[in-house]
Design a protein around this ligand. Structure first.
Ligand code: GLU
Length: 507
């Protein structure tokens, strides 16, 4: 079998959308599974859409996601350069090759002339296409004499080189996901391949580079399926059919309600990020949130994305990158779009957070404490982690679930006070103070036994006592088990908090 070589080929026109990360991921999984190579190529031939910072963003987003490259714009490799604007000189000779073999031609029509034609067609409710039906009536090297063409070129006239689409042919694309896709060449137009400013267009650069970089499989989003027939024709026109990559067009990622494609423009409008990392628009300064900054772990983000369009053929949902590599196959990529499910994304993150070892959770929590200027010992942080990691969906939840271990409550929840603070409560709490003062073993189990024994011996109601204790320790009706809270707070802090509550809530 041919050596597997796949590429991710984004255009640096803005931040990478999560659909783009999924495309990169499937390429990566496919390469690893087949002992192949994966490369990052930057397709920046459309200078009008270039956005500063986008290339670095793409590289950083994929690095954070754990998607690694063997070759690419940031690491070099045997087929360097990997940025199309650095390969400009390469494309001209290939455009000339097609001119020479008659599968492309020069066109001199000005943008104004073409615009006028478009309008004219529109007024007749038709669509103008520069192609087999119209090209013989336009200003190009198919209609002009050779001498006229030479004169125009020598005079430095602006031109484009267009591909000559066959007049009457069914073009067939063999797609690994969709099967045979056939397109009537009537529906295709003579796309521009090269411009007199020395820049190729996407189609020419993409096909030439895939050929030169020995790409074996083109795995990309479904939005590129309409371009595939042209690409197939270009491989034929160049005489590269034997080296043509296999195509696989991935289904779209849909909005949660299934109505349309999840797009970059959705930004934060739907209440969840559509970008892997936070992005600040260099022109407007607008900020779009990212999965990383919202508190997702890359493992969860990747696991969630992997299952949006592919399945392992079993019910297994929790899959590490290594497991994904082992199980991945293009045959199991679905044909229809996958609805994005923000709740499921949280579910994955919850799972990965709860599975994280305590040292790693402690690192995350330490960062949250530092951001808030709170100093706490590593021991205290490590004591807290096992109590909260199963209670968090996103990383910032670790703080929401644990702040009361690091700072005493400033207020008490009124509803809880009304329900549980009775005239006899201060006396009860004083008894508990006495009990805890005598207690040597402050492990959760021992405290649990002592408190329950006290409740039993005094014929008290469990809920009443536990909820009151919780109220005075954390200020409301949340947090892990009461005995666990007391154990981590320790004797001194626990007694302080109980006394403070008696003072402020009184009788
Ligand atoms: N530059 C194209 C993009 O931005 C690449 C499409 C392809 O993979 O061929 O997605």
């Amino acid at each position: 079998m041919r050596e597997v070589r796949v590429r991710f080929a984004p255009s640096p026109t803005g931040p990478l959308h999560i659909g783009g990360v999924r495309t990169a991921l499937y390429n990566y999984l496919f390469a690893r599974k087949n002992n192949g190579k994966f490369l990052l190529r930057i397709e920046d031939t459309d200078q009008t859409r270039f956005v500063p910072g986008a290339e670095d963003y793409i590289i950083e987003a994929l690095r954070w996601s754990g998607i690694h490259f063997d070759e690419g714009v940031h690491i070099g490799g045997p087929f360097a350069p990997y940025r199309q604007s650095d390969r400009k000189e390469i494309y001209h000779q290939y455009a000339l090759q097609l001119l020479e073999n008659g599968t492309a031609y020069y066109a001199f029509d000005t943008p104004e002339q073409l615009e006028a034609l478009r309008k004219e067609y529109e007024s007749r409710k038709e669509t103008f296409q520069y192609g087999p039906q119209t090209r013989m009536g336009l200003k190009n090297s198919l209609t002009l004499d050779e001498s006229e063409v030479t004169a125009l070129l020598e005079a430095g006239e602006q031109y484009v080189i267009r591909v000559k689409i066959p007049e009457n042919e069914i073009v067939i694309v063999q797609d690994l996901i969709r099967g045979l896709v056939s397109v009537d060449s009537k529906l295709l137009d003579d796309k521009v391949l090269y411009k007199s400013d020395g820049m190729p267009t996407y189609h020419l650069a993409n096909v030439v580079d895939d050929y030169l970089m020995k790409i074996s499989h083109v795995i990309r989003g479904e939005e590129w399926l309409p371009s595939a027939p042209l690409h197939v024709l270009l491989y034929r026109y160049f005489g590269w059919e034997a080296d043509m990559p296999e195509f696989a067009h991935l289904p779209l990622l849909l909005k949660p309600d299934g109505n349309g494609k999840l797009s970059k423009r959705d930004g934060d409008r739907l209440g969840f990020p559509v970008f892997p990392l936070r992005w600040t628009d260099p022109k407007t300064g607008d900020i779009s949130s990212g999965y990383r900054e919202s508190g997702y772990l890359p493992e969860a983000f990747i696991n969630m994305l992997a299952l949006l369009g592919w399945n392992p053929g079993t019910e297994q949902e929790i899959l590490s990158m290594d497991e994904l590599i082992g199980l991945f196959s293009i045959e199991r990529v679905g044909k229809s779009g996958s609805k994005f499910d923000p709740e499921k994304a949280k579910w994955f993150n919850h799972h990965y957070l709860s599975e994280l070892d305590d040292e790693k959770v402690a690192d995350l929590l330490s960062n949250l404490l530092k951001e808030r200027g709170i100093e706490a010992s590593r021991t205290l942080i490590l004591d807290v982690c096992p109590l909260i990691k199963e209670r968090a969906n996103l990383i910032p939840d670790l703080w929401e679930q644990s702040w009361f271990f690091f700072t005493e409550p400033q207020s008490y929840d009124d509803k809880v006070i009304q329900k549980f603070w009775k005239p006899e409560t201060p006396a009860l709490l004083k008894k508990i103070i006495g009990l805890l003062e005598m207690q040597q073993d402050f492990s959760t189990d021992a405290l649990d036994a002592v408190i329950k024994g006290f409740i039993h011996d005094n014929e008290l109601a469990m809920g009443q006592v536990m909820n009151t204790l919780r109220l005075v320790l954390v200020g409301g009706s949340f947090g892990p088990g009461v005995a666990a809270i007391i154990s981590v707070l320790g004797k001194k802090e626990t007694l302080n908090r109980i006394e403070k509550a008696i003072r402020s809530l009184g009788n």
